[in-house]
Design a protein around this ligand. Structure first.
Ligand SMILES: [Zn+2]
Length: 286
């Protein structure tokens, strides 16, 4: 992307949603790994060290709860070791999603599945402790079956049921195909297949009217959305199956940034304001 001004703000009304009153969103930070801003977005400095978040999101809903991505799992050391040089970096693990759910007294029967934004190791590692169906799409399964960086997914998904959802042709906020998880507009999965073939964005609307876009790796840091700025050339070549598609999706996301909380999976600051599981435990006691 050349020097480009911010794309116009989304003008049409936001899509309707009727989320149930007891729906909520929580964050489960499972750790982080170190990288440099110069690798994360064009124009970033090599000296600017960034901590990349590995955070799972829990969406509770009477129709069944979902995790969006799984964070780091019990096998994180092996999962990092399985990476090529550019993805292998020092990391800190602070407790898996599974451990955090148990520690908060969460009833595991409520968990219907893990909805993955894509199949890369840093999003699926924690599946090794979450024996629930993996919700994904045909394009991502095809990608994960063949891609070199699908190796961790192929290992941790063993023994899991795969729930393969299908996109309908209903456009959602500029994205041409989407899937409505609960049928009430509260959790919408939109195809943004540039980083990997079946990468998705998960849009969430809460009963308060608060909206989120969990954009996976469409951008790695919020600067990527705000400027907007793509990944640097080398990283696009290494990390994206279709950089042109990523650019298109990034511009769509940038046009929404003022209307909802946009959360690039790896930006620690993007999760601000999303409560942790302790808040959930406290509210269910009272
Ligand atoms: Zn990632």
């Amino acid at each position: 992307m050349k020097k480009r001004s911010t794309p116009p703000v989304w003008q049409a009304p936001l899509p309707e949603a009727t989320p149930p009153s007891d729906m909520a969103v929580y964050q489960l930070p499972t750790g982080s790994y170190e990288t440099r801003a110069s690798f994360a977005f064009k124009g970033g400095s090599f000296r600017d060290k960034r901590s990349f978040a590995a955070t799972a999101i829990l969406i509770t809903h009477p129709g069944g709860d979902f995790l969006v991505d799984a964070g780091f799992g019990a096998g994180i050391a092996a999962h990092v070791h399985a990476q090529p040089w550019f993805a292998r970096s020092p990391y800190q693990a602070t407790g898996t999603a599974s451990e955090q759910l148990d520690a908060s007294g969460y009833d595991r029967r409520r968990l219907r599945g893990v909805l993955i934004t894509h199949s890369h190791w840093d999003h699926v590692s924690g599946l090794d402790q979450l024996q629930v169906p993996i919700w994904t799409n045909a394009g991502e399964l095809r990608y994960a079956a063949q891609a070199r960086d699908g190796n961790v997914f192929r290992t941790v998904s063993e023994g899991h049921d795969i729930h393969e959802y299908e996109f309908g042709s209903a456009p959602y906020l500029g994205f041409p195909s989407s899937y409505d998880v609960h049928g009430d507009g509260s959790v919408i999965v939109a195809l943004a297949g540039g980083h990997t073939t079946g990468s998705v964005i998960v849009f969430v609307t809460l009963p308060t009217g608060k909206r989120y876009a969990f954009i996976g790796d469409v951008a790695w840091q919020l600067e990527g959305v705000r400027q907007p700025a793509e990944r640097p050339l080398l990283m696009r070549k290494l990390a994206d199956v279709d950089p042109g598609q990523v650019r298109e999706d990034l511009l769509r996301v940038a046009s929404l940034a003022g209307l909802m909380q946009v959360v690039p999976a790896h930006d620690l600051t993007a999760y601000e304001g999303i409560p942790g599981l302790a808040a959930r435990a406290a509210s269910s006691v009272s």
